[in-house]
Write a protein that binds this ligand. Structure first.
Ligand code: ASC
Length: 127
């Protein structure tokens, strides 16, 4: 069964929203706006690493119009987009690994790399 573009948009938005929920709390800890709880941070980092694998499946033909901020540039520059999403998966895995150390000196740069991955695609492919 071919997925419906509206369903695909809803699906990938859900995955990104759940990622932002956890990444936002992690960011508060990294920035010292919230007490750092190593166990909770690591749990969230694992969740984000798994969630990062989900959205790609939702970027299907016909899903770059309607209730979405995703730009048609994604289809035109598919390899670049796919590369960026793969980097997100790699960087979130590295952050989940760093989180296990409980050492903010390792976590901070890994967190920054994930943030760069988010921003890189937003700058190029998001309204
Ligand atoms: C977040 C969030 C994003 C990224 C991005 C990083 O917390 O929701 O999309 O960080 O702003 O540049």
């Amino acid at each position: 069964m071919a997925a419906d573009p509206e369903d695909a948009i809803h699906y990938r938005k859900g995955a990104f929203s759940a990622m932002a929920w956890h990444f936002g709390t992690m960011g508060a800890m990294v920035k010292g706006k919230m007490d750092y709880d190593a166990e909770d941070f690591s749990r969230r980092a694992d969740i984000v690493a798994q969630l990062s694998k989900l959205p790609m499946e939702g970027f299907i033909a016909g899903s770059y119009e309607g209730d979405t901020d995703a730009l048609p540039a994604i289809e035109k520059e598919w390899d670049k987009f796919e590369g960026g999403m793969n980097m997100l998966v790699e960087n979130t895995a590295a952050l989940a690994e760093a989180a296990k150390s409980g050492d903010m000196a390792q976590i901070k740069p890994a967190f920054g790399e994930v943030g760069k991955s988010c921003k890189g695609c937003h700058d190029n492919f998001k309204n």
